[in-house]
Design a protein. Structure first.
Length: 105
């Protein structure tokens, strides 16, 4: 797994939007994904290629159509490696205390 590619792919709001759309309903065509964005077909293809290179999207041909599917495994691995360790009990308790103090202030 290449964390740099995954972080680069997730850094762009358009690519996150595409992942959100695939999370809502998997197996979308380029035409479907393109219709939800105000950019050229080529621009959407470029973003999808970056997501594919990062392993976040996989494609499958179905007849004449190419369907795009979300692959959540790399996101889970990033979560386990980089995020989960920071959500340990002590850190969560400090975050809760901070929120409580800000609400009472």
């Amino acid at each position: 797994m290449d964390d740099d590619r995954i972080f680069k792919a997730l850094a762009d709001p358009t690519r996150r939007h595409l992942l959100d759309r695939l999370f809502e309903r998997d197996g979308r065509t380029l035409t479907e994904l393109e219709s939800e964005l105000e950019m050229t077909r080529f621009g959407v293809m470029k973003h999808l290629r970056i997501l594919e290179d990062a392993g976040l999207v996989v494609t499958r041909r179905q007849g004449r159509e190419k369907l795009h599917h979300l692959n959540p495994v790399p996101i889970r691995l990033v979560h386990d490696r980089w995020i989960d360790k920071y959500t340990e009990h002590r850190v969560a308790a400090l975050a809760d205390l901070k929120n409580e103090l800000e609400e009472t202030a």
